[in-house]
Design a protein. Structure first.
Lengths: 416, 250
């Protein structure tokens, strides 16, 4: 093993050992408490053992025609995968073994990066597998790539990198799921690099088991005229914290971050996003919606930073939250940091219950109180899902989301 | 069809309706006219069952049943329909779904078989012609991005599909240009039937040029001050409402 790689990973481990996990005293972790993780998973929770592996076939997305990359309990399973010829996919484990110098770049741990914490240090220190995807310039992948991260508890630290060459295009469906045979933690870090004019449609579907803790990070680095769209869906896990850091580094880059949480019971989901306009003439959009039932707790922190010199920045952000229960809680904080004048930035957040006038209108047409409520809840969430280009993913999420809330009769008719 | 006796209604502790008496027979078309703030919309909202209205006295009997005991959706199942003064926009809920759910909820309530997708589409296609609505709006969100005129036409279209026994048209003419008014009126006239009563609540008599009422009531200060035939509407148009008040006070 390369001594540089060793040094990087040992330093990350020492950093984790010294500082541990972030605590609620840290402003970025004010609402999300990881301190119970040792009580749930044991003292050495970062190396907890998984339960019996689950079969990938049970977690397919109906009607989705896609290539497939399966990661089972943190280990890439090429035998269960269907890899397209047009792109190269190298498991991180192979890279660590055969090309440590190349692995170093991916494993670097930058403790000054936004939202860097003990979680990211741990990932740098412990990740033993993941994937490096390389889409050569001008390649447009003909089908989406379904990256199925399956877990049956235990700890999995997954580190991945996706490089999309200039004017190349790819649609990625990162899908986290698994069985609840044992408690576990997923620690996933995916770095995406878009060269000039590249396009990436990124679905990030978190449907982990109710016993899983989910810690995720998405780093996006965009060059000129590239376009990145994220559809982040949070349905599963006991606790989930995902950080999205998107840097628009060159003129003409565009990004769109869409997020939907549908939570029930005592679920806790926290997304911290940071979009940095580092160059002029970039455009960013961000739309987050949450539907919170039971005693669930949602946290949304969306920061937009416009650097000095990033003139003609066009940025808009919205966050709408629907509380279905008096005991559900949302903490939302849109933040803008602007260091020059010539920009167009808008943001806003709303928190509310269902609209009484809409409810009455539906009831006056013969829908029962329950039907009317379910329909309005569905419509609220579905407006966001309508931004998805993949019909198969949208249907899949619609069904999964509403399986969590009381059944909507005739849902099929709704799906026009 | 419906009999309202000594109806007193308060909103937020303030009495709006102060003893309404009104009886509407099967197949009759009544117009309720009155100045702004007279309680016209309160009356239609109370009949449809909207929250926030407190009935302090009196009763409403609809086809022999106590209407005030029913939930809004039960009233819809029993054939009460309100065409809203301000139809609500509901993005994300498409028109076709809303109507199908409404039609089938009522059919189920009446012990009839629910319509399947084919039967339903046939029904709505036929009814959409009545108010000259383009079919593409069926897959759009309820009233989403509709113009004022389109919203009102959509209300009448819904009325045509839901085939109510008692239809309340709350200021249906407001905000309509003359062409849209004609289309809406034509739709309503086509829906006149021996077993369907229609109540038009309106500020102006303009609508009544197109939909001829059997009976005209003047509602002012929370009471019905005068009842007459179509000629009463014309007289109101000419003389305003004050003379009715004075006559009632005398």
């Amino acid at each position: 093993m390369s001594s540089v790689l060793n040094t990087v990973r040992e330093a990350a481990w020492r950093s984790f050992e010294a500082d541990g996990l972030p605590s609620s005293r840290d402003e970025d972790w004010k609402y999300t408490d990881l301190s119970r993780i040792a009580a749930v998973l044991g003292e050495s929770w970062w190396s907890a053992e998984a339960g019996e592996a689950v079969a990938a076939d049970e977690y397919q997305i109906p009607d989705l025609n896609a290539y497939r990359l399966v990661i089972s309990n943190g280990v890439v399973d090429l035998a269960a995968s269907e890899i397209p010829d047009a792109i190269t996919i190298t498991p991180l484990a192979a890279l660590l073994q055969d090309d440590p110098d190349a692995a170093v770049e991916l494993m670097l741990d930058d403790s000054d990066a936004p939202f860097a914490s003990g979680v990211t240090a741990l990932n740098s220190a412990r990740a033993s597998d993941g994937y490096c995807i390389c889409v050569a310039k001008n390649v447009k992948l003909d089908r989406p790539l379904h990256i199925l991260n399956l877990s049956s508890g235990g700890a999995a630290h997954i580190r991945s990198g996706i490089t999309i060459g200039s004017h190349a295009e790819i649609e990625i469906i990162e899908h986290f799921a698994g069985s609840d045979s044992a408690a576990g933690v997923t620690n996933s870090l995916t770095a995406i690099r878009l060269e000039a004019g590249a396009k990436c449609e990124h679905y990030r579907l978190q449907l982990e088991s109710s016993k899983q803790w989910h810690l995720g990070r998405v780093e996006v680095n965009q060059k000129a005229d590239s376009s990145y769209t994220l559809h982040a869906v949070e349905l599963g896990s006991a606790l989930s914290r995902v950080d999205v850091v998107d840097d628009l580094n060159e003129p003409g880059a565009e990004s769109e971050l869409n997020g939907l949480f549908v939570l029930a019971g005592r679920q806790h989901v926290d997304h911290h996003t940071r979009v940095a306009h580092e160059a002029p003439h970039c455009r960013s959009r961000e739309h987050y919606r949450t539907v919170l039932d039971g005693r669930s707790h949602g946290v949304f922190n969306g920061k937009v930073v416009v650097a000095k010199g990033a003139i003609k920045t066009d940025s808009a952000q919205s966050n709408a939250n629907l509380l279905l229960s008096g005991r559900a809680e949302i903490d939302t904080k849109p933040e803008l940091e602007i260091y020059n004048d010539d920009v167009k930035c808008a943001h806003g957040a709303t928190v509310g219950q269902l609209d009484k006038n809409q409810l009455f209108y539906l009831k006056s047409r013969g829908l029962s109180e329950d039907e009317a409520k379910q329909l309005l809840t569905f419509a609220f969430a579905d407006e966001l899902l309508a931004k998805m280009k993949s019909r198969a993913v949208r249907r899949f999420i619609e069904r999964a989301a509403f399986a969590k809330l009381p059944n909507l009769s005739g849902l099929e008719d709704m799906l026009v | 069809m419906i009999k309202i006796e000594n109806l007193h209604v308060s909103v937020g502790g303030k009495e709006i309706l102060k003893g309404i008496n009104l009886e509407i027979g099967d197949g009759e078309v009544h117009a309720i006219m009155g100045p702004n703030g007279s309680g016209k919309s309160t009356l239609s909202n109370v009949i449809a069952g909207r929250d926030g209205y407190e009935v302090t006295q009196g009763s409403i009997t609809y086809r022999g049943k106590d209407l005030l005991k029913m939930k809004p959706e039960e009233r819809a199942w029993e054939g009460v329909f309100l065409a809203f003064q301000y139809p609500v926009e509901i993005p994300g809920v498409n028109n076709a779904y809303l109507l199908k759910a409404g039609v089938n909820a009522r059919r189920k309530h009446q012990g009839e078989q629910e319509l399947d997708a084919m039967e339903f589409m046939q029904l709505v296609k036929e009814k959409a012609k009545l108010v000259e609505l383009d079919q593409s709006f069926l897959s759009r969100g309820v009233n989403e991005g509709f113009s004022g005129g389109e919203k009102k036409r959509n209300e009448i279209f819904q009325m045509a599909v839901l085939e109510p026994s008692l239809a309340l048209l709350d200021e249906t003419d407001s905000g309509l240009d003359i062409d849209a008014l004609r289309i809406v009126a034509k739709g309503v006239n086509t829906l006149r039937a021996d077993n369907r009563s229609i109540v038009m609540v309106t500020h102006y008599q303009r609508l009544l040029d197109y939909i001829k009422p059997d009976v005209v009531h003047v509602l002012a200060d929370g009471k019905i001050l005068k009842t007459g035939d179509k000629s009463l509407a014309l007289e109101l148009e000419e003389r305003g409402y004050d003379w009715v008040r004075e006559e009632a006070a005398a």
